[in-house]
Design a protein around this ligand. Structure first.
Ligand SMILES: [Fe+2]
Length: 356
């Protein structure tokens, strides 16, 4: 936040719209979870917005202990948050109807435990202007629901690109969607998400190769790929990472440094549907966690590491998200994306012209 009262006031209005979307009721409790001084203005804005709706609000503020959420500095690992080992705090959160968290709790055991108690949880860590620009819409939710329906009905997901990718996932876990708001008991979502659908392959059910091409994006590195990087995948594991460029070497070393065999597992697979999200955004704006880069229309979001977000056994802290352009993707035999264009009619924004 810029810190001016008018911009904070606009942010409060935005938070109020979000809490209405999350169906926060006057009878409900809302806890803002934060650490140290980080995103104090987010907690303040949500508390004011929650008060406007008559809810019972409070801020649970933990000591600062993780650099994972800043997205700007420090080690970006997943699953280990300032809540780890703090059961009294977890118990407080489990007693709330809704939690807005600014720690980035995805992949953590604590997130699962709080969800299982019926608490709905919204992650909010991205820059405020992005929260506004990618505010959820009903239209995008409808198209994302269509994607969930198609992926849920499929037994395999295959995707290719012209750089040599050809990989098949035997779908082994529930399909999840992110819309950017949480209005159901036990639901987690991340504002903004822009309409993403994802699942994971069976633990030994992913085979092929993924050749990350020039212009694809390495997260959390926040880099456009300059030279292709090849992941060879056998029975659900990365068995080789090829490529002569420095980024291939960086990926090899980054994963190896975790000294964790599970770092070579595969995480979620899916695609993005938000025509408002821009692939080129990273060229001029490297703030935040890159949700815009994960969400742009027609990207295939390939990722490595943990699959505990869908109930799988891989809890590694090593997680790469790699939004890929110009891919073709099929659910069973049905084409969803062709050369980067979403061709499944029910998932396409009405005004988007086909490029092919
Ligand atoms: Fe991810």
């Amino acid at each position: 936040m810029a810190g001016t009262s008018s911009s904070q006031s606009m942010f409060v209005d935005l938070c109020e719209r979000m809490l209405r979307l999350c169906k926060l009721q006057a009878s409900e409790s809302l806890i803002l979870l934060s650490q140290g001084q980080e995103r104090a203005e987010y907690a303040d804005a949500f508390m004011t917005a929650g008060q406007r709706l008559g809810a019972k609000v409070m801020n649970l503020r933990l000591p600062y202990s993780s650099s994972a959420t800043s997205g700007e500095v420090g080690v970006w690992t997943v699953g280990k948050t300032p809540l780890s080992g703090n059961q009294p705090a977890v118990d407080i959160l489990k007693g709330a109807d809704m939690v807005v968290e600014t720690l980035f709790m995805l992949f953590s055991d604590e997130l699962s435990e709080i969800q299982q108690a019926g608490t709905r949880i919204l992650t909010c860590i991205e820059p405020v202007d992005l929260l506004a620009r990618m505010f959820p819409t009903e239209e995008l939710k409808r198209r994302t629901d269509a994607a969930v329906e198609m992926l849920s009905a499929a037994s395999t997901l295959r995707f290719t690109n012209r750089a040599g990718t050809d990989v098949t996932y035997r779908i082994g876990y529930p399909v999840k969607a992110q819309y950017g708001y949480a209005d159901q008991p036990g639901q987690w979502d991340h504002w903004p998400s822009g309409g993403m659908v994802l699942t994971c392959g069976e633990d030994d059910g992913i085979d092929g190769r993924v050749v990350v091409d020039r212009g694809d994006i390495l997260l959390p590195f926040k880099q456009y790929v300059q030279e292709p990087i090849e992941f060879v995948i056998e029975a659900g594991r990365i068995v080789e990472i090829g490529g002569d460029g420095y980024q291939a070497e960086l990926v090899r070393q980054y994963i190896a440094d975790f000294a964790d065999p599970d770092a070579y597992g595969l995480s979620h697979i899916g695609w993005g549907l938000d025509e408002r999200a821009k692939w080129a955004a990273l060229a001029t704006d490297s703030r935040g966690h890159g949700m815009e880069l994960r969400a742009f229309l027609g990207n295939v979001l390939f990722s490595t590491g943990p699959n505990d977000l869908v109930g799988g056994p891989n809890h590694t802290s090593c997680h790469l998200d790699i939004p890929m352009r110009n891919c073709s993707l099929w659910c069973d035999d049905r084409p969803v994306i062709v050369d980067g264009d979403v061709v499944a009619h029910e998932m396409r924004p009405a005004e988007a012209p086909l490029r092919i």
